[in-house]
Design a protein around this ligand. Structure first.
Ligand code: ZN
Length: 462
């Protein structure tokens, strides 16, 4: 009897393992089957990598960006619109992980857990997606960036609607360049830089250092400094672009005095700088309608005083995504928190059954209201007294901060940034623009922002 029991144990263990395996498989099947079925490597798919029978993607104004006709995936008729919208919409491949046709492929293709992709085409069960983006704004950004690499984010900080999420280089989904993998001109063409690329933020980061000072230092606003064009911190020099003379915080931000903010960062110290940066989206990602952004980085754990000083002006090893920068400006505009950015305005139920438009909820608070309002006033003051309101728009009331971020590759021109927001109640937009190697925030990024904001405003003023 004892012997039989001993022999039964391995059999029982094997049987138990079998059932655990079955449960594991069924669990995985229910969770991942739609992705497995939609993989372009799946030989059972129809042509066009499984998109030949999928739902339609439109922009916020109903312009068709992608649809399926007779088993073929068809994109917008206009070449520039196709190129401009590719970073958001995607092509037939799944190379761009943040594109709608990658992230929402199973919903678009109408994958069913019961029927798989096996429904006949007349019963196309794919869901239609209406995006929040405006294809005209997206095309304006694409044309304004021209042959430069860069990105543009514009969103409504009251509703969360993302009007523009442009990224260059891009390409025509009908005609992917054969040398896309090897030609430097297409470097990162599978990325949406607006969401996924992180760059040194340069002087735009002075808004974070200002926020930290207003929060943690009692006399921050009235702290004054004599800028002679350079200052010594930790035994090495911090240079300014100009000699700003005697400045307080708002003048230091307007003239973008490095010395002022470098000293602030060191006075604040690593802990308070890191806390403020963390609250403002650094060392974290955002999730926008299920799409996870790249991470912005602020890490001064190994910094000496001079490094910490440089971090306060957005150099050292600080990196930021364009979307994070736009969310920061949105929060400044809107009393410390903005509506959660969203990319999908409407998604039909299966079989194209229409549903009401989605609405955004309030996003995470990244600033106290009084600090947000002070930063807003400083950005307004900077545009009024330094850049000129007319540099952005003849009709919109724009508040902004530029940045010209040095990069480590020797001989390369600095990245050009501008971020800000409109104060117009009926057109409340936040934005961030980067032109890689553009060399001057004011010279290269502001004209792009101006073109895009004027186009975006048509959604609210016409
Ligand atoms: Zn200075």
């Amino acid at each position: 009897m004892k012997k039989t029991r001993t022999r039964a144990i391995p059999v029982l263990l094997l049987t138990a393992a079998f059932f655990v395996g079955i449960i594991y498989f069924v669990f995985n099947l229910s969770i991942h089957s739609s992705q497995w079925a939609s993989e372009p490597t799946n030989g059972h798919l129809s042509d066009n990598d499984g998109l030949g029978n999928s739902g339609t993607i439109t922009d916020r104004n109903g312009v068709i960006l992608a649809q399926s006709i007779d088993g073929k995936r068809v994109y917008n008729d206009d070449y520039s619109t196709r190129c401009a919208c590719l970073p958001v919409v995607g092509d037939n491949s799944v190379n761009n992980s943040t594109a709608i046709q990658t992230r929402y492929r199973s919903e678009l293709s109408g994958y069913s857990f019961v029927f798989g992709l096996g429904l006949p085409s007349q019963f196309n069960s794919g869901q239609n997606i209406q995006l929040t983006i405006d294809s005209d704004v997206q095309r304006t950004a694409y044309e304004a960036l021209g042959s430069n690499k860069g990105a543009v984010v514009v969103f409504n900080y009251k509703t969360g609607d993302i009007l523009c999420l442009a990224s260059t280089p891009t390409y025509d989904p009908y005609n992917k360049p054969e040398d896309i993998e090897t030609n430097d001109a297409y470097e990162g063409a599978y990325l949406n830089r607006a969401l996924s690329s992180a760059y040194p933020p340069g002087s735009t980061f002075k808004l974070v250092t200002s926020a930290a000072a207003l929060r943690f230092l009692d006399d921050a606003e009235h702290r004054e400094f004599d800028c002679t064009g350079s200052t010594e911190i930790g035994g090495r020099t911090i240079n300014c672009y100009d000699v700003s003379g005697h400045v307080d915080m708002k003048d230091a931000l307007m003239y973008s005095c490095n010395g002022y903010f470098a000293h602030l960062a060191v006075d604040l110290g690593k802990k308070q700088m890191t806390t403020q940066a963390g609250d403002m989206g650094f060392n974290n990602t955002w999730t926008i309608d299920g799409i996870v952004t790249g991470k912005s980085i602020y890490n001064v754990s190994k910094a000496d005083d001079n490094d910490l000083a440089w971090s306060g002006v957005g150099q050292y090893t600080v990196l930021e995504t364009p979307i994070n920068m736009a969310i920061r400006s949105a929060a400044i505009a809107n009393g410390g928190t903005s509506a959660k950015p969203m990319l999908i305005k409407n998604m039909s139920a299966p079989f194209g059954v229409s549903l009401p438009d989605r609405t955004s909820s309030e996003g995470r608070r990244i600033l106290q209201k009084d600090i947000a309002d002070k930063l807003s006033d400083m950005m307004d003051y900077t545009v009024q007294n330094y850049y000129g309101k007319g540099s952005f728009s003849s009709t919109l009331d724009v508040c902004a901060k530029t940045g010209t971020a040095e990069i480590s590759e020797s001989g390369s021109d600095a990245h050009a940034w501008v971020t800000g927001f409109t104060k117009d109640k009926d057109c409340p937009l936040a934005f961030a623009v980067i032109v890689e190697n553009g060399n001057s925030g004011f010279g290269a990024a502001v004209p792009v922002a101006s073109a895009v904001l004027n186009e975006a405003a048509k959604n609210y003023t016409e």
